[in-house]
Design a protein around this ligand. Structure first.
Ligand SMILES: NC(=O)c1ccc[n+]([C@@H]2O[C@H](COP(=O)([O-])OP(=O)(O)OC[C@H]3O[C@@H](n4cnc5c(N)ncnc54)[C@H](OP(=O)(O)O)[C@@H]3O)[C@@H](O)[C@H]2O)c1
Length: 236
């Protein structure tokens, strides 16, 4: 297949970093978006870090326009950046709720708004969203996270219908627990056994399968689960 130029949001950590490394290993050029590329710098001639705070809804479109001007050859977008927060709805302030949806839902909408017309005008491309098992089923303490991920899944399904006639494939990947820094600020994490969590590299493999598929085939949705779901609440 021809070399792809891929925009990966959340490339500085976890799943996005693994996706970036997988794409680079296949000879792709990767433009990686995050707020802080200094914590775990990635040195590679085909990796181009770009700093954007995707929760800054009023500024994000301007920054994305600058990114596309600098890298007009992008033909795949992995909209992955996000963070978790779990708790009872009444314990969030209205501002915390707005901030959460800015990061975990509206940012995906704005990344897609920016990417879709450009990919359509090229006549081909891939738009891949990082959903979650939380996009498939609501759960206790998941009123914000599940709502955001259900929204991302609705976005993916709608854009798929809008874009298919223009050669653009739209997919969503829905992992269960992935062992990543996602859990660093949460009061739970996957159990310690290797069968209790998906690895970021496993999700990266799924992304590669999606973007490298024959152009006539679309993986609409890919669901991944740990072999044995065990959650460690660490005494909470
Ligand atoms: N881990 C899981 O169990 C799991 C399961 C299903 C789905 N997911 C989803 O997978 C995605 C990636 O999560 P992960 O597990 O890889 O977590 P992670 O290791 O914490 O990585 C999150 C990434 O998102 C970026 N990010 C967060 N807020 C951002 C913002 N405002 N602007 C720009 N970038 C931002 C972070 O970069 P900076 O800190 O540099 O900004 C980082 O690169 C998320 O959408 C998450 O919901 C995770």
């Amino acid at each position: 297949m021809t070399v792809r130029t891929v925009l990966v949001t959340g490339s500085s950590s976890g799943i996005g970093r693994a996706v970036t490394e997988r794409l680079l290993s296949q000879g792709c050029v990767v433009i990686g978006v995050g707020r802080d590329h200094t914590r775990h710098p990635l040195e590679h001639p085909d990796y181009h870090p770009f700093t954007i705070d995707l929760s800054d809804i009023s500024g994000v479109t301007k920054r994305l326009n600058e990114l596309w001007s600098a890298h007009p050859d992008i033909d795949a977008v992995i909209s992955n950046a996000g963070q978790g927060s779990f708790g009872h709805l009444e314990n969030y302030s209205p501002q915390q709720i707005v901030d959460f949806f800015n990061t975990n839902l509206l940012s995906h909408v704005l990344v897609a708004r920016n990417a879709a017309p450009r990919l359509k005008s090229r006549g081909h491309g891939d738009l891949v969203f990082m959903g979650s098992e939380a996009a498939l089923q609501g759960a206790q303490r998941g009123s914000l996270y599940c709502t955001a991920k259900f929204g991302v899944r609705g976005l993916a399904q709608s854009l798929r219908a809008e874009c298919s006639g223009r050669g653009v494939r739209v997919s969503i990947i829905n992992p269960g627990l992935v062992r990543s820094p996602f859990f660093d600020d949460l009061n739970f994490r996957p159990g310690a056994d290797e069968h209790n969590a998906i690895e970021p590299a496993d999700v990266a493999e799924a992304v590669w399968m999606v973007v490298s598929a024959r152009s006539g085939t679309v993986f609409d949705e890919v669901n991944l689960s740990p072999q044995k779901k065990v959650i460690d609440f660490g005494g909470h």
